[in-house]
Design a protein. Structure first.
Length: 241
């Protein structure tokens, strides 16, 4: 089964994700996701040695991407980090995998699709800011998550289990879901102070809430913006009415 075959039954979701191209250019490649999948399938036989850098995650709806991107512009002076995450790249990581062959990606996609088809939607709520790394010069600025965290943790364990069957061992550290907003604090601005996190406050419309209805197998491209390409979007089971 190719990635195109795997995604065929979720074409609507894939198209929605493809349409979330640059927020500043509505027509810049609306079919990029499906084109990428077609290219993957067509070239897999001739590029068998090509390696993909993969992870599994949860995408954000376009309206949430826009809310966070607009808010980002108002807080960059207060929180001077060097690299801010492209709005399309902000996501919730479920499992980082690393390098894999096209064949492994296709096999993993089939199992992720099956896992997702048995999962129910859940609700997440971004709330609060934090940092990872040295106190005076943090490496990561992140937004926290609330909502259906027990369901999210259960989903993460299931995804990690599927990935392990394809040769990707689960991470030893505890799962800490978050949204990475920026990287590398600018030390030229002086030592970082945690009081700056509370000083910026929440987005003007409040912290966004959204329903998670699918998971995504992403390919990471170094040096590209946006950096993450959706190889497959796998919808959850529709709740019974």
């Amino acid at each position: 089964m190719t990635l195109v075959d795997t995604i065929g039954e979720s074409s609507t979701n894939a198209a929605n994700l493809a349409n979330a191209n640059s927020l500043n250019s509505a027509n810049s490649g609306n079919s990029s996701s499906t084109n990428a999948l077609s290219s993957t399938s067509a070239s897999s036989s001739t590029n068998a040695s090509e390696m993909y850098r993969l992870f599994v995650g949860i995408q954000l709806p376009q309206d949430v991407q826009r809310e966070l991107d607009a808010w980002k512009g108002s807080i960059q002076k207060v929180l001077p980090f060097q690299k801010w995450t492209h709005p399309q790249d902000v996501h919730v990581t479920l499992s980082f995998l690393g390098d894999a062959s096209v064949e492994t990606a296709e096999a993993l996609a089939a199992d992720l699709r099956q896992l997702a088809a048995a999962a129910l939607p859940l609700t997440l709520h971004a709330e609060g800011l934090g940092v990872f790394g040295p106190p005076a010069a943090p490496s990561i600025l992140w937004a926290g998550l609330t909502g259906d965290l027990d369901a999210l943790a259960a989903l993460q364990r299931e995804v990690a289990g599927v990935c392990a069957r394809h040769g990707f061992p689960a991470e030893a550290r505890a799962y800490r879901p978050h949204l990475t907003l920026a990287r590398r604090y600018r030390t030229a601005a002086g030592p970082f102070k945690r009081s700056a996190l509370s000083a910026v406050g929440a987005p003007s419309g409040g912290w966004p809430v959204w329903q998670v209805e699918d998971i995504v197998l992403y390919r990471s491209h170094l040096g590209r913006q946006p950096a993450y390409e959706a190889l497959g979007v796998f919808p959850f089971k529709e709740p019974s009415t």
